[in-house]
Design a protein around this ligand. Structure first.
Ligand SMILES: *[C@@H]1O[C@H](CO)[C@@H](O)[C@H](O)[C@H]1NC(C)=O
Ligand SMILES: *[C@@H]1O[C@H](CO)[C@@H](O)[C@H](O)[C@H]1NC(C)=O
Ligand SMILES: *[C@@H]1O[C@H](CO)[C@@H](O)[C@H](O)[C@H]1NC(C)=O
Ligand SMILES: *[C@@H]1O[C@H](CO)[C@@H](O)[C@H](O)[C@H]1NC(C)=O
Ligand SMILES: *[C@@H]1O[C@H](CO)[C@@H](O)[C@H](O)[C@H]1NC(C)=O
Ligand SMILES: *[C@@H]1O[C@H](CO)[C@@H](O)[C@H](O)[C@H]1NC(C)=O
Length: 938
């Protein structure tokens, strides 16, 4: 009893401290992983966060992540003390009825809210007992949309603390081959934390920032990272009909023919100049319009109307985009002034009239409306306007509505666009609004086809098949079912108009990329995703019984596939005695409570917070990148970064002493990590000192150990011309093939015998890594040993992790993070992650023919990599092909070598691909005798 009282008092004290100073740190996010898998443009992302309560009292631990608006959450789980708690998707109304009680009592804080332009925030929390851990797992899915010739996978990283074991793994597989891939976004500036590998149809992006980088990167601070990693790619476009994937009776068709000639367009811009547009908005509109006019092609025709309560034409009819006309139009644009009220009805009808009056054979007509407010003069009844506009346009051309800011009735614009074969887009009031306007225009600037009809004989339950226009850089996606799964009778075809010609795309030879006997449930999910999205759009345009019917259909599919959509909610049940969270997808069209990106210093979501909860409020601000947390100036590049690393000896960062007083005011803004758990040295403990900032543009280069090419090779993945050159190699026992990255085709070489290799040695710090090769031809390493001081060593073998400190030896599974000196080791699935200061490496556990072996791969090099020795520390070789036949010769460092084309399996990747390479001797590849890389002792 007495104990309970004490606890409550303590609890209360903490509560007051925490609410006074809403900043973390009595719980520790010791692991945060983001894993995205993209196949056929369908991205499934899993976020896993593992958190430990370091307090002697129970603690409410929050999980808060940001996901793309376009995505549907499909799964959420929590694991506490071996117990699993699932989120279940229910009809929104049902969830609301069932749980409204809890919500209104202020017990439920779970919400998904809209954040900025592209993100939504998912948030929930759970009570965790003293010194217990919780694992959160959130899965979301989205179909990437091709825009301006590329797909973008946006990953928002904001774990809310610097995390020792933080990583992002992205895997992309596209059957038609990946044309290019690169990484953008604020976090991409940490170039040495990013590893990208691209092999034909597959690509991998790894992002493994060190803890120090997480505090000092752009937009990041004491609360860790807060920024985006955007993976940008496009696929090869060979067959004009596009890619068709089938599995289990479902199909997805991606249609994006290239090399079509652009067709001229007729475009009318209808621009709101009502009083509310005054100031920056009208200024940015003028800038955007001037740019857009400059981009018109000479054979385009255009019209320009501005409106408030009255209409102002530049010209009553469309004119050709000749230089003189453009110059005059720009003068008109410069004189656009804000005034009056908003008569949207009159303006759009006039735009439609102008386009209708311009009959040009073979041109694509487009009507673009820009407005920032509701209709306030003329016809103001929204339904009447929609009916009028629909009648005037009569499906002849698409209407695109751009809603500027948050005072617009976005739903009205959205409905009006959808009713007229267009889409609505929000333009965010921000310094880049002119670029947003221009960006939207660019998406529709180059029409290639009109009246596109997708025909699928033998197909049923199709998503949308009619598209008024197809633009360069975009893509049309249709999914459906194959009747009775009869693939032979399934004939896809596309009929469209290209200028004045009717064109048809079909391919009698088409062999569909079927996943064969392996069922790929993702094809079905793409169909479900698209169907739900389109049903949601459709119900927006309907009313009454029709609307109810479509809604019901969308709801049933959402429930079946577990999607959190505007019609469903996720109910998260928690351990007994705790409230239930009900998560809803926010509605687009409302000003988000948190605005805008890049994240400002806002006070989290305290507004949505209910009383009586012990919960951390995270301030989303960030340290200015110019300053390090301790106020020192931000160091420059390589050299200084290293100094920081050295200044904090591994295992003893200066800040540790300050830790252990979680939640104390004054402590909150200090750069110290909460490492109070050090003293407890439990299995959850881990800490580390990281140095070095990675602002280096150099692409990290490294060697990938590879095994022999007896590995089965997917002939599909190798071009015929190349494969004929693959020499017949007789497998020599006990030989391991290594791969060395280059600018183009990698070099490969064999190491014979069960050698002990120097993998990584840093002369500048006490860190070295050695590995022992096994004696099998298809194997790899049996042991990897990391030395980080004279008497501290970590050995990783295929079954366990052994830590030796002095004469103390301990054995671990690695399931719980192991900390020894400055090294943190954690094992997940078939991968051991090692963070050692500013170096991060993974040791992958492979299995072949029942035999287990290891492969190391570097994920993060320190900035001073020039001083690294060892096979993993090598820089990429530069070579020149000097002779092609009869035998290929390469010139490396002014010396010419004979090479043969061969292949190797890249075991630095969890599901290893086979790569083409130039086979050379080890000495040639290494440009040094192999003996330099041999060590006597592990
Ligand atoms: C990522 O997810 C995929 C698909 O679920 C899985 O196969 C893969 O092993 C995961 N990768 C990591 C590093 O966890
Ligand atoms: C949660 O869902 C998984 C599969 O989705 C199931 O295996 C598990 O039993 C569920 N757990 C609970 C507590 O409902
Ligand atoms: C469009 O033009 C055609 C003839 O060019 C005319 O018959 C029709 O009435 C016009 N429609 C509208 C809505 O103005
Ligand atoms: C396909 O459509 C039919 C008829 O509308 C419907 O009965 C059936 O359930 C649909 N199939 C799927 C998988 O939704
Ligand atoms: C179809 O196959 C035949 C023979 O296999 C080939 O000659 C022809 O070029 C192919 N047509 C297309 C469009 O690929
Ligand atoms: C462990 O090492 C210390 C000093 O390095 C030594 O004093 C001690 O006797 C050793 N313990 C054992 C069990 O060998």
């Amino acid at each position: 009893m007495e104990r309970a009282v004490v606890q409550i008092t303590l609890f209360g004290l903490l509560l007051s401290l925490v609410s006074a100073q809403p900043i973390k740190s009595d719980w520790d996010i010791y692991s945060f992983h983001i894993n995205s898998t993209v196949t056929s443009r369908y991205a499934t992302t899993l976020i896993t966060s593992r958190v430990a309560n370091r307090m002697d009292v129970p603690k409410e631990i929050e999980f808060q992540v940001r996901i793309p608006k376009n995505a549907f959450i499909s799964k959420f789980r929590m694991f506490i003390d071996g117990q699993e708690y699932n989120g279940t998707v229910k009809a929104k109304e049902e969830a609301q009825q069932q749980y409204t009680g809890a919500v209104s009592r202020g017990e439920s804080a779970g919400i998904v809210s809209s954040v900025g332009r592209t993100l939504e925030e998912f948030k929930t929390s759970v009570n965790v007992a003293a010194h217990k851990k919780v694992t959160f797992e959130l899965t979301y899915e989205e179909l990437l949309k091709r825009t301006l010739g590329k797909y973008e996978l946006q990953i928002h990283a904001r774990p809310m603390q610097p995390v020792k074991d933080f990583k992002v793994d992205v895997y992309i597989h596209e059957k038609s081959g990946i044309n290019f891939i690169n990484v953008k976004g604020g976090l991409s500036k940490m170039a040495n934390a990013i590893t990208t590998q691209h092999v034909d149809k597959q690509a991998w992006v790894y992002f493994y920032p060190t803890e120090d980088q997480q505090k000092t990167c752009e937009g990041c601070g004491a609360q860790g990272m807060n920024g985006d990693l955007v993976v940008v790619y496009d696929v090869n476009r060979g067959v004009k009909l596009g890619d068709i994937m089938t599995s289990d009776g479902y199909f997805v068709h991606h249609f994006a023919p290239s090399d079509l000639t652009r067709i001229p367009k007729n475009v009318v811009f209808v621009i709101d100049q009502s009083g509310s547009m005054s100031g920056r908005k009208i200024q940015q509109t003028r800038i955007a319009l001037r740019h857009i006019l400059s981009d018109l092609a000479e054979d385009d025709f255009f019209g320009l109307i501005t409106f408030d309560s009255m209409l102002f034409h530049w010209k009553r009819e469309l004119v050709q985009a000749s230089q003189t006309n453009l110059d005059n139009a720009k003068k008109f644009v410069n004189n656009i002034r804000d005034r009056g009220t908003t008569d949207i009805n009159k303006a759009v009808l006039e735009g439609a009239r102008m386009l209708n009056a311009t009959s040009r054979e073979g041109a694509a007509s487009i009507l673009i409306l820009l407005t920032d407010g509701d209709p306030t003069s003329g016809v103001t009844n929204i339904e009447t306007i929609q009916a009028n506009v629909r009648k005037a346009i009569a499906d002849k051309f698409p209407l695109y509505c751009l809603g500027f800011g948050f005072d617009v009735n976005f739903e009205f614009l959205e409905k009006m666009s959808l009713q007229n074969n267009g889409v609505a887009r929000r333009i965010y009031e921000d310094s880049d609004a002119d670029l947003q306007l221009k960006g939207f225009y660019e998406e529709v600037a180059t029409p290639l086809l009109t009246d596109v009809t997708m025909v699928y004989m033998g197909g049923t339950n199709l998503t949308q098949t009619n598209f008024s226009q197809y633009y360069n850089g975009s893509e049309i996606v249709v999914a459906g079912l194959i009747t009775d799964n009869n693939v032979e009778a399934f004939v896809p075809q596309v009929v469209a108009i290209s200028g004045t010609k009717r064109v048809m795309f079909s391919d009698t030879n088409t062999t569909f990329e079927s996943t064969g006997t392996v069922s790929d449930v993702r094809i079905q999910r793409v169909w479900a995703y698209l169907t739900v999205k389109q049903l949601l759009e459709k119900q927006l345009q309907l009313s009454g019984a029709e609307q109810e019917k479509v809604k019901k259909e969308a709801l049933e599919l959402s429930l079946k596939y577990g999607f959190v959509t505007p019609l469903t909610s996720m109910v998260v049940t928690k351990p007994p005695g705790e409230s239930t969270d009900v998560l809803h997808k926010p509605k687009e069209g409302k000003a988000p409570p948190l605005l805008p990106p890049p994240p400002p210093r806002s006070h989290g979501s305290s507004a949505t917070r209910k009383q009586g909860k012990l919960m951390h409020h995270f301030v989303q601000g960030h340290l200015r990148p110019q300053a390090l947390p301790d106020g020192r100036a931000r160091p420059g590049r390589k050299g200084q970064g290293r100094q920081i690393g050295q200044a904090a000896p591994p295992g003893l960062p200066g800040q540790i002493g300050q830790a252990g007083l979680p939640g104390l005011p004054g402590q909150s803004s200090s750069p110290s990590l909460s490492v109070d758990h050090l003293s407890r040295a439990g299995d959850m403990s881990m800490f580390n000192a990281y140095g070095s900032m990675a602002t280096d543009d150099d692409v990290p280069q490294f060697l990938m150990p590879i095994a022999y090419d007896a590995y089965d090779f997917d002939m599909d993945d190798i071009q015929a011309t190349i494969s004929s050159h693959v020499p017949h190699t007789t497998a020599v026992p006990s030989s391991h093939r290594f791969l060395l990255k280059t600018q183009s085709l990698p070099l490969c070489f064999d190491v014979t015998g069960d050698a002990r290799l120097k993998l990584l040695h840093y002369s500048s710090r006490e860190l070295s890594v050695n590995g022992e090769l096994d004696s099998s031809a298809n194997g790899g390493f049996t042991k990897i040993v990391i030395h980080f001081s004279a008497d501290q060593h970590v050995e990783i073998n295929t079954s366990e992790i052994i830590v030796r400190e002095g004469n103390k030896t301990s054995h671990h599974t690695g399931e719980d993070p192991i900390t020894a000196g400055g090294v943190t080791v954690i094992k997940r699935n078939k991968e051991v992650d090692v963070a050692a200061g500013d170096v991060r490496l993974v040791v992958l556990l492979h299995e072949k023919d029942g035999m287990k072996f290891l492969w190391p791969a570097i994920r993060q090099q320190p900035a001073d990599n020039a001083y690294a020795h060892g096979i993993l520390g090598l820089n990429a070789t530069v070579y020149e092909e000097v002779q092609q036949s009869p035998g290929t010769k390469l010139k490396i460092n002014d010396q010419v070598f004979d090479v043969t084309r061969s292949s190797a399996v890249d075991y630095s990747i969890a599901s290893p691909p086979t790569l083409e390479c130039w086979l050379v001797s080890a000495a040639t590849a290494l440009q040094r005798p192999l003996d330099d890389f041999i060590v006597m002792q592990l």
